[in-house]
Write a protein that binds this ligand. Structure first.
Ligand SMILES: CC(C)(COP(=O)(O)OP(=O)(O)OC[C@H]1O[C@@H](n2cnc3c(N)ncnc32)[C@H](O)[C@@H]1OP(=O)(O)O)[C@@H](O)C(=O)NCCC(=O)NCCS
Length: 225
């Protein structure tokens, strides 16, 4: 049976309503950021979406973190406290934030700004040698779209596993930019997840691309929150 992933995006803004629903820890983190607005928008979006889905006060939600690499509770993938079976993932750029929520399966979401994919050495740092061919003779805007799409797929997978960029993304192979999203190969020494599915997410801003992954073999159905 397909697994439903609920997704919502938001444009980054300076809304005081967003800051008002954050917890003390989030406000302290926001205060330490060089640019607080993307962080505040993203974390307020998490609270609003989860609050609506669970019918709870967004400002009263509590979160915990656990690092899949070292076991610390000070960093790593966040989870909602007192909500067994509910999983979420957050990603944000300077301009936009996205949240994905799933029930019963770990989920990872990633959004990429095309301009962030515009750097020398992209292929070297993110792609396996045999993935480079999938980019063919793309250049200009088309190349940035292709890079952002593939990068979002890889990071969504790594965020679903909770390991993040501890795993070298060039050792996690995904389908080429013109193909439907799927994990193609796992060459990292860290264990491959037993089950994983991947899907692109259509975002409303043309200068971003996003993807979602979940630890399941079932097909993903991405639905707006
Ligand atoms: C997770 C990670 C890929 C996010 O990269 P990014 O592109 O900069 O940021 P995104 O906007 O896409 O996602 C950020 C959000 O991902 C979530 N996140 C953080 N760590 C995560 C992890 N290990 N797995 C899944 N999600 C994670 C958080 O909600 C975070 O938001 P916050 O920092 O405001 O709380 C990157 O920060 C990473 O690899 N972290 C792990 C590093 C690590 O574990 N090191 C070993 C320490 S022992």
């Amino acid at each position: 049976m397909p697994v439903r992933i609920t997704v919502r995006e938001a444009g980054v803004s300076d809304s005081p309503d967003d800051l008002a629903i954050l917890g003390a820890g989030e406000r302290a983190r926001a205060g330490r950021k060089r640019e607080a607005a993307p962080f505040v928008t993203g974390h307020a979006l998490v609270r609003r979406v989860l609050g609506e889905l669970l019918d709870r006060d967004p400002a009263a939600l509590e979160f915990a973190r656990r690092c899949a690499t070292c076991g610390s509770d000070q960093h790593g993938k966040p989870s909602l406290v007192n909500a067994p079976g509910w999983h979420f993932s957050l990603s944000y750029t300077g301009a936009g934030a996205i949240v994905a929520v799933a029930q019963g399966v770990e989920v990872g979401v990633d959004i990429e700004d095309l301009t962030d994919a515009d750097f020398e050495g992209f292929a070297r740092t993110t792609l396996a040698a045999d993935e480079v061919a999938g980019f063919g003779s793309l250049d200009g805007h088309d190349l940035l779209v292709a890079r952002a799409r593939v990068w979002a797929r890889k990071e969504a997978v790594l965020k679903a596993t909770g390991r993040g960029l501890v795993v070298d993304p060039s050792e996690v192979l995904v389908s080429g930019p013109g193909e439907p999203a799927r994990l193609v190969d796992w060459r990292a020494e860290e264990p491959r997840p037993a089950q994983i599915s991947l899907a692109d997410v259509d975002v409303t801003t043309d200068d971003h691309r996003a993807a979602v992954a979940a630890l399941t073999d079932e097909q993903l159905v991405v639905e707006p929150a």
